[in-house]
Design a protein around this ligand. Structure first.
Ligand code: GMT
Length: 374
């Protein structure tokens, strides 16, 4: 198939999933055309079946806001015509479903089908902004196919937007040959981050308020009173300063390391003993799945789609949002019992392999594409 993919190129779950999906589909022989204003952050090892088409958003003094969404629609239409695309697959409803809708209508009978994948905040936050509700619903209803990354997100979309359109749940996936303990090609050393007697706690996110990164520091403060440990905070975003200030105020600055954006997430994750994700809401929690694939138990909140990914008491522990004491207690319990920690980690890897492997999920996408194409 000839497939156009559009996503946010910046660091984030939806961009990561879209890019990994494109790479996997290309390996299966499909021709993939990424259309975006910048090359997506994980589009590194391209093969001959992958091309990138940059959207050029012209600035003109009359335009107070450069018309990105129209420039994107025009580029999507151009690429669709030139490469005879069978379908356009957009990741994140706003604005991509709308740009895709316009692109499709610019082409009449030869138009590709439009598939929109909902990732989370496009429904839970952006779509809830009053000014976006109607246009998000419109984008969903006008797509030829709609997928959601969890049952939770599917239910929420149906309830909140009252859409009649059938929505298919296709979970996010993980490449088990890349994420795992002791992979060949992993060079990062545990000793670079912790002393031999210290355990490593890890948090990876975009540090938006929804991630509750301040809770991560508070959980660590309780854990570090009982277990010698360090906390690695990976990522960049608006809440980084508050978390950093709190770590300093609590006298933890030598044990909490803010590493900023990192490329080798799979290597860092494989070094961790416990992964913390106490988010307010997660439609799926891709970083939790990455940890599970690396045999790292997850301690986090039982919000949104998290229980579909992390099996409570089997692959980690999920507690109510904001239950810092409970999350700290569970983390301490895991870290004090290495046998239990390993068992949770192994169960996590097995669950990731059984339900969320790239092989399984990419095949689901292929079958869904075929159904939409009729
Ligand atoms: O909020 C983020 O972490 C970024 C956001 C995105 O769309 O880039 O993530 C959402 O999509 C991810 C991939 O499907 C999911 O794993 C995240 O759970 C989801 N984030 C939220 O629901 C807050």
């Amino acid at each position: 198939m000839n497939i156009g993919i559009t996503c946010y190129p910046t660091v984030g779950g939806s961009g990561a999933v879209a890019t990994e999906l494109g790479k996997q589909l290309a390996r299966r022989g499909h021709r993939i055309h990424f259309v975006s204003h910048r090359i997506p952050f994980r589009l590194d090892d391209t093969n001959g079946n992958v091309s990138f088409h940059e959207v050029d958003v012209s600035t003109y003094s009359l335009f107070e806001y450069p018309p990105h969404d129209l420039a994107l629609a025009a580029k999507m239409a151009e690429v669709s015509r030139e490469y005879k695309l069978d379908l356009l697959h957009v990741h994140y409803a706003i604005p991509f479903a709308i740009s895709g809708f316009i692109a499709r209508h610019m082409q009449g009978a030869r138009a590709p089908k439009l598939i929109t994948t909902l990732h989370g905040t496009d429904v839970t936050l952006v779509g809830q902004d009053r000014s976006f509700i109607d246009i998000t619903r419109f984008g969903i209803e006008q797509s030829d196919g709609v997928t959601a990354v969890s049952e939770f997100l599917k239910r929420m979309t149906v309830d909140e937007f009252e859409v009649k359109k059938p929505i298919e749940t296709i979970y996010n996936f993980i490449d088990l040959s890349v994420y795992g303990r002791s992979r060949t090609g992993h060079h990062l050393e545990r000793t670079a981050y912790a002393r031999p007697d210290q355990r490593i706690l890890l948090h990876v996110s975009n540090f938006r308020p929804v991630k509750r990164v301040v809770d991560v520091v508070r959980i660590f403060e309780r854990v570090s009173r009982e277990v010698p440990s360090v906390l690695l905070m990976v990522g960049e975003g608006p809440e980084r300063a508050s978390a950093q200030t709190l770590a300093k105020r609590l006298g933890l600055q030598d044990r909490v390391r803010f590493l900023g954006r990192q490329d080798r997430i799979e290597e860092l994750t494989a070094l961790a003993d416990v992964f913390l994700l106490p988010s307010e809401l997660e439609s799926f929690g891709l970083s939790a799945l990455e940890a599970m694939a690396c045999e790292v138990p997850v301690v986090g909140s039982d919000a949104g789609g998290m229980p579909e990914v992390v099996k409570h008491a089997e692959t980690g522990f999920l507690l109510p949002v904001g239950d810092i004491e409970g999350m700290a207690a569970r983390t301490i319990e895991i870290l004090k019992d290495e046998e239990h920690r390993r068992a949770l980690g192994q169960a996590a890897r097995c669950r990731a392999a059984a339900l969320f492997s790239a092989d399984r999920i990419v095949s689901q996408y292929e079958r869904y594409y075929e159904r939409v194409l009729g």
